[in-house]
Structure formats: C-alpha cells, structure tokens
Design a protein around this ligand. Structure first.
Ligand SMILES: N[C@@H](CCC(=O)N[C@@H](CS)C(=O)NCC(=O)O)C(=O)O
Length: 233
C-alpha cells in the first residue's frame, strides 16, 4: 500500500517545520517505510479535508486516514511489524507518551518564542495574516512582543534540557542504546527550531559541541539522515 504524509510547509515547499509533522516523518524513517509527502500551507487545509479535522500531520495508507502524530505512531507500530520498533514494549510506550506530553507542554513553552518570527518570515504571503491572527489570539501578545522573549527562552530551554542530560550521561539515547519514539518526540521539537531558522542551533547559542545534549542531537540527525534536510547534516 502507498503511504502519504501531509506535512506543514513554508512558502518554499521543501521547507517543512511542523514539530508534530516531524515526529511522524521520523517514525516513518525509523520503521524504514517508503512514503511520499504532500506539502500543506497554513491556509490549504482543504488538502486534508478527508481527515475531518484541521491539523497536520495526516497520514493516508490506502483507504485508511490517520491524524495526530501520536495516533500515527501507534498505527505504524501496529500495522507494520517489520523494521525497528518505535516502542520496545508497553513500558516504553508509556515512557514515550510522557516524554511526548513533556515536549508538548514544557519544551514547547521555551521553544515557541524562538520560532514565532522565523516562521512568520518563511510562510507564504497569503498565510501571514492567518498565522499572525491565530497566534496573537492564542498568545495574547503581538508576534513581535513574543519574539522579545527569545533570549530568555534560550536560557530556560538550556536549563530544562538538564533533565535529558542526566539520562544521556549513561546511555546514547533516551531509552537505551538505540533511538525510539521518545527520542523522536524530542528531535521533532528541535527540528521545529532548526527548520524555521536559517542559522544552525549552535549559532543560536543554547548549546555547544561538548554538550551531551548537542551530541545526542547530532547522533539523531545522522540516524535519520534519509529524511533530514541536507543543510542540517
Ligand atoms: N496533537 C497534534 C497537534 C497537531 C498540530 O498542532 N499541528 C500543527 C503542525 S505541527 C498544525 O497543524 N498547525 C496548523 C495550524 O495551526 O493551523 C499532533 O500531535 O499531531
């Protein structure tokens, strides 16, 4: 069956920056599943009408339609038993679920100020007013005022990563010596920064080459290099 992933895109449709979309793209790569991607801009939700909701990612596999990155991960794991597992066992699934929640509720708070203006700059002209209005309504601040929090965010993000550094001190990946869906969730959040900003993460200044987290990040990019934009490798 042919798998298609509908993925949030910038004006340059090669630029895909959605963190949840990245989780699904990395999950497909992890399971070594061939797939096509369809770029979807913020105001092109008609392309995913088939899913009955308005958020990306959406995956189609023949007649099956799955939305929500977590549900996509569960779908791929249960329907494609070949290739490496996303969750080694039930405990790993619960661990990944809590890492995913932590990414969505804690990490994202520190990351969002770093991506808000860069995303505004790279989306299509016709998407800019939707992006500004929807984000300003949610944040209760102008994009510009929110962007002013970026410097402080880098410091907070760095502190937050200490939780991961403690784990990565003893092992190469979050659940052991090979990557799993928990690692994918975290990488998805960092690809949100890396794909919306023109400069490399290290140039933004929140980590350095000696940092155990940065080393994990490089290992992850390399592991999933078949789907990672070449400028990040
Ligand atoms: N819980 C959902 C979140 C989906 C989500 O927020 N997707 C973003 C892209 S990564 C989106 O569709 N944004 C479009 C919009 O805000 O209009 C998941 O994990 O898939």
């Amino acid at each position: 069956m042919s798998i298609t992933l509908y993925d949030l895109a910038a004006a340059d449709t090669n630029v895909r920056f959605g963190p949840h979309c990245w989780k699904s793209r990395l999950a497909l790569s992890h399971k070594q599943l061939k797939h096509e991607t369809v770029p979807v801009a913020f105001t092109e939700k008609n392309k995913i009408a088939i899913s009955g909701q308005g958020l990306l990612p959406v995956l189609t596999d023949g007649d099956t339609v799955v939305s929500d990155s977590w549900d996509i991960a569960l779908y791929l794991e249960s329907h494609y038993s070949q290739g490496p597992l996303l969750f080694e066992n039930e405990d790993a699934k619960f661990h990944a679920m809590s890492v995913n929640e932590w990414c969505n509720n804690v990490l994202s708070v520190h990351i969002r100020p770093l991506v808000i203006m860069p995303i505004f700059r790279i989306v299509r002209e016709e998407d800019k007013s939707y992006f500004r209005q929807s984000r300003e309504e949610k944040l209760g601040l102008s994009l510009e005022a929110y962007n002013d929090k970026a410097r402080g965010s880098i410091v907070e993000l760095n502190k937050t990563l200490d939780t991961l550094r403690e784990v990565l001190d003893d092992q190469s990946y979050l659940t052991g010596q090979s990557p799993s869906y928990a690692d994918i969730c975290v990488l998805g959040m960092f690809l949100w920064i890396a794909c919306s900003n023109e400069v490399a993460l290290i140039d933004i200044g929140f980590t350095d080459e000696e940092d155990i987290f940065y080393q994990w990040y490089q290992r992850m990019l390399n592991h999933y290099r078949d789907v990672i934009p070449s400028r990040l490798l």
